[in-house]
Design a protein around this ligand. Sequence first.
Ligand SMILES: [Zn+2]
Length: 320
Amino acid sequence: MEKVSVGIDVGGTTIKVGLVDSEGNIFARRSTETRPEERTSEQILFDISRLVLELLSIADVPMDAVGGIGMGVPGTVNSEKGIVTYSGNLRFKNVDVMRVLREFFRGMPILVNNDANCAALGEARFGSGKGFDNVILVTLGTGVGTGFIVDGKILEGKFGEGAEGGHICIKMGGEKCTCGQRGCWETYASATALVRQTLNSYKRYPNGIMGQIIAADDNITARTAFLARKNGDRRAAKVVSNYVGYIAVGIVNLVNVFRPDVVMIGGGVSHEGEYFIKMIDRAVRRHAFGGKQNHPPKVVPASLGNDAGIIGAAALVMPR
Ligand SMILES: [Zn+2]
């Protein structure tokens, strides 16, 4: 009988649970609110376990058809012990996730990992990194999330504290980061950073097409510069090309260390169009070590979107 894997994607606002087949397809799913500000870690984990049981029952999947349960959590995860060392989003500190889940699912393989690592694994197995053993996923959102699959395995570092590519320093004494340091890559390459860069350009040149778009929306988002560029705004084109430069410089650093087969870009910004990914790809090829004589990886959009978390968490417990 073909085994089903359970994938759990725990976010700060929403918990998503899915049943995933061996081809990486989610065939049943449920979600609920996390509400970490009003619930203890124990209550949240109980709720997750109940949700899994409910989903299995609704989908009519017997317990012995389940191959395992994988969970992705935003924060630092000691995957060997199944302990979430720290998660700001969930307000978890040294939470023994494994202990609680085992009460509900005795004898079942259970694995917990960082959510960005899970997404990278999902994309490597079933998304745009399929067929490759060495991939990097870069997610451009509020911050910059990174996941590294090296020789088919998640790179975690000691106690799961590594793989934080968003916090490599690209400018000494640069912009202040939420992590307490300065000049981290994510303070230049995140969607949040793009909004700031757009605002700075608008302040200097408030009268262009970008100014009209901002006035009409009464807002600046990560889309504003892309939209203004599309409408022929020269300043907006400059904002986008600078932003591409920031993204590329971090990727080049990662590529020079890991030399993956492919680099995948995820997050809302990655949907801005083929030209945007192509610009990053060109910059990475131009600046990666060894130039064209070596084998620079291709930069491509990630393909699993919001499902990468569930699929990747499920992939933790799938046989390779
Ligand atoms: Zn940082």
